[in-house]
Design a protein around this ligand. Structure first.
Ligand code: ADP
Length: 214
């Protein structure tokens, strides 16, 4: 799943993973997990994340390779937020080839930059489950500050501050477009209009996944 920060990758990847019975591997969530657990990788990654920069490729690739080695990844995974650079995409191809596998499809969630800024600025997440997300203007929780599903506290991510949002878009969109081109050249890219209601984006994704191979 490829898309700018706030394009909806996380929500859609979680839904698809559940519908298709695949593991959901989200690079940002893995970095935050490492940080909570106090690993050296987590501490190194945080220095970049706090500034809205991409974490260096070597750290990111090592982390994903470890994750793909876990048992639940054997049947295939939905990758969310990785690869974000061409070097990561090439490393992914090499690791999958070693495992006798490949990237079967890439979904680019296309959302305009102004809309990304709007979404990120009002984003609230559930402490108990990061797939439970709210948007202050378009999808507010029923009770302010509380998750509709489990009543857990809602919080705003450290990197969803206005200065960091700007930095993330400036630093991360150009390499993302290179990744989009990389997969377009390999003929595995599907561009999905990410500026539709959640359920419609999910339907578009499922239609693309279930469509006969090109
Ligand atoms: P979002 O998609 O909203 O930007 P993520 O949770 O996917 O959020 O990522 C949070 C941060 O983690 C990014 O801003 C970046 O610093 C870092 N990160 C996540 N994935 C990668 C990656 N593949 N390569 C480098 N840095 C990454």
């Amino acid at each position: 799943m490829v898309g700018g920060p706030g394009a909806g990758k996380g929500t859609q990847a979680a839904t698809l993973a559940e519908r298709l019975g695949l593991a959901h591997v989200a690079s940002g969530d893995l970095f935050r997990k490492h940080l909570r657990e106090g690993t050296s990788l987590g501490r190194q990654a945080a220095r970049y994340m706090d500034r809205g920069a991409l974490v260096p490729d070597d750290l990111t690739i090592t982390m994903i390779e470890q994750r793909l080695g876990e048992a639940d990844a054997a049947e295939g995974v939905i990758l969310d937020g990785f690869p974000r650079t061409v070097a990561q995409a090439q490393a992914l191809d090499a690791m999958l080839e070693r495992l006798g596998s490949r990237v079967s499809a890439v979904f680019y969630l296309d959302v305009e930059r102004d809309e990304l800024v709007r979404r990120l600025s009002g984003r609230w997440l559930c402490r108990a489950n990061s797939a439970h997300m709210y948007q202050a203007q378009t999808h507010p929780p029923k009770v302010a500050g509380r998750c509709d599903y489990d009543g857990a506290e809602l919080y705003q991510r450290q990197d969803d501050k206005p200065e960091t949002i700007k930095a993330r878009l400036e630093k991360q969109l150009p390499p993302m477009f290179e990744v989009v081109d990389y997969y377009a050249d390999k003929d595995v890219l599907h561009t999905i209009d990410g500026d539709q209601p959640h359920a419609e984006v999910t339907d578009s994704l499922l239609r693309a996944i279930l469509a006969p191979a090109k």
